[in-house]
Design a protein around this ligand. Structure first.
Ligand code: DGL
Length: 271
């Protein structure tokens, strides 16, 4: 098959990466996609870098076997700790969510003070501060882990008093840092955008890594002459490692569209 017509492969620890898929579909509706959500082992955000890297390789092997032309690591945690290792071992282009988000934040800030929120593992990895400061070393970066946001979003509690109080409590510290830009460094956080922007106020620009990543994918496909040529309708396949029911129910909310093709699979472990 013509390489251009092969699908884009996307993996995440679970459902959250659908925020990235949604932006890819919005920007590149003609591209076919295969999404893998490792729902049996979510969350990655509380695990060690070694474990997350092992899971990332297993996900990658599954998608490569499907014949993809480009790999997207939609999970911030997996991108933070395993992007370099995956990139070194995969023959196709690999796009993570950290670099696009860091680039957008570095160009958005005026006062050179940026906040980053994410899972524990993402914050501990320091991946966002390193990426932002490699673009402009004079930028100060303030990171904060907000672990309760993921279960809140999965419950569908993206508005109302519980979500508001949780966000207010977490963001209190970062609001005192005089930042003008805040990176939503986790797949789930774009669904809390309304609350986060209300709490941070109009002077703080929110950077949605999902939007920036979709733009980076388009740039890479164009630069490598890999944009799809076929005019047939683009395929949308979903694979999960746990039951399909919850993924479909919550996923359709994340995605804002129906999920028609979904299969439960077993990943082959390295050992
Ligand atoms: N997908 C993860 C991320 O973006 C959040 C969920 C998890 O902890 O696995 O960091």
């Amino acid at each position: 098959m013509n390489r251009k017509n092969e699908p884009i492969g996307i993996f995440d620890s679970g459902i959250g990466g659908l925020t990235v898929l949604k932006e890819i579909v919005r920007r590149l509706p003609g591209e076919s996609t295969i999404y893998l959500g490792d729902t049996a082992r979510v969350p990655y955000g509380i695990r060690s870098p070694e474990t997350v890297t092992r899971y990332s390789f297993e996900n990658t092997r599954f998608l490569l076997a499907k014949g993809i032309k480009l790999l997207v690591i939609a999970c911030n945690t997996a991108s933070s700790v395993s992007l370099d290792a995956i990139r070194r071992s995969v023959p196709a282009p690999v796009i993570g969510v950290i670099e696009p988000g860091a680039r957008a934040a570095a160009s958005a800030t005026r006062n050179k003070r940026i906040g980053v929120i994410g899972t524990d593992a993402t914050v501990r990895s320091n991946a966002y501060p390193v990426a932002i400061r490699s673009i402009d070393a004079s930028i100060e970066v303030f990171s904060l882990a907000c672990p309760l946001f993921v279960p809140l979003v999965e419950e569908g509690w993206t508005e109302g008093p519980v979500a508001e109080l949780t966000a207010e409590t977490y963001l209190k510290e970062i609001r005192q840092k005089d930042i003008d830009t805040l990176v939503l460094g986790c797949t789930h956080y774009p669904l809390l955008k309304d609350i986060l922007s209300k709490i941070m106020g109009p002077g703080v620009r929110l950077i949605d890594s999902a939007v920036e990543t979709a733009a980076a994918i388009q740039d890479t496909l164009e630069a490598q002459s890999l944009l799809r040529e076929s005019t047939d309708q683009a395929g949308r396949q979903f694979y999960v490692t746990d039951s399909t029911e919850k993924f479909v129910r919550v996923g359709e909310r994340f995605l804002g569209r129906q999920i028609d093709f979904i299969r439960k699979i077993e990943l082959e472990s390295e050992v």
